[in-house]
Design a protein around this ligand. Sequence first.
Ligand code: NAP
Length: 339
Amino acid sequence: MKSYIINSNNQIELIEKEIPSIGNQQVLLKMYATSLNFRDLLTVEGSYGGKGSTGTIPLSDGVGVIEKIGSEVKKFQIGERVCPTFMPGWIDGTYTKEKARSALGAGEVQGVLSEYIAIDESALVKVPEYLSNEEAATLPCAAVTAWFSLFVSHQLQPGHIVLLLGTGGVSIFALQLAKTAGATVIITSSNDEKLAQAKKLGADFIINYSKTPDWDEEVLRLTNQNGVDIVVEVGGANTLNKSLNAVKYSGTVSMIGVLTGKESNVTTGKILSKKIKVEGVYVGSRKMFEDMNLAFQQNQIRPQIDKVFSFLEAPQAFEYLKSGKHFGKVVVSISERGQ
Ligand SMILES: NC(=O)c1ccc[n+]([C@@H]2O[C@H](COP(=O)([O-])OP(=O)(O)OC[C@H]3O[C@@H](n4cnc5c(N)ncnc54)[C@H](OP(=O)(O)O)[C@@H]3O)[C@@H](O)[C@H]2O)c1
């Protein structure tokens, strides 16, 4: 079979490998499609979570069909279409160091940019039938992260105001999910065309953060100086202080991303004087993924795919994500359904 690995030059390289054998509680998945997340860029360049990933198959997100099952597999059957979860070790309950270490496609944990993968049945989630392979491949990381942030870390209610930063994978899923819950959405972008696309998806207010560097003040103006109920904070170092300014008293800042870096001088006084809940979010559990799929099914949410690359074009898919030109998700197709 063909797989990509991360090589010592911090690039992805196509190699030939044996199709993996499966354990008694595992299945063999023939992969249909995979999708990229910002973390995959960091992983390939060696700056993700301090882990070296040379020799590892990259990417956490994908969908495939079960071709073989181990002798003790109970829940799944040959022919079912499933996604592996981002952290196979996190089924439900409290998040722990061990669960974090199980995240696919980084460190020594093999990922999904491969024609076949072997994976525990406990790490599988059935995907809604109405989604195409390319759409289903976008769910495990970005969509579950948006779900965790809005509905687990925060309890999003109709009428709440949500602030989203940029128009990448997490933010666009958060936009779609927030609108199904009856929330008002304010979204920022560096690009007016992307903002127009976000409006079509239901965004109520748009702000170009390049033209309006004090976007936090604009958010306060739009909310009668009250601020928003929740910020889905994908920016990190250079956006956090503005997010703390833009959120309301007793609001939530979901700490998700590092798009502008990891180290910053935080105005800690704002956190206590406004009693802001600042909570780290790391993707989510299998249970969250399953709950989220019900919301997708119920609302027929269609993941926003910017571009689909072929398996042989996977290096170009990484370049494209790095360019930041995308709106929503970037996908790599591996094989057609049913082939
Ligand atoms: N903690 C977790 O569980 C978790 C899960 C998923 C992702 N993440 C993190 O969340 C972040 C986003 O991930 P992603 O996969 O959604 O990324 P992505 O799809 O690559 O999105 C990147 C987009 O972010 C926007 N952006 C860049 N700099 C910005 C800034 N200064 N202010 C506002 N927006 C900015 C840009 O949007 P415009 O072009 O519209 O300006 C850019 O296209 C990354 O740091 C990633 O590592 C964390």
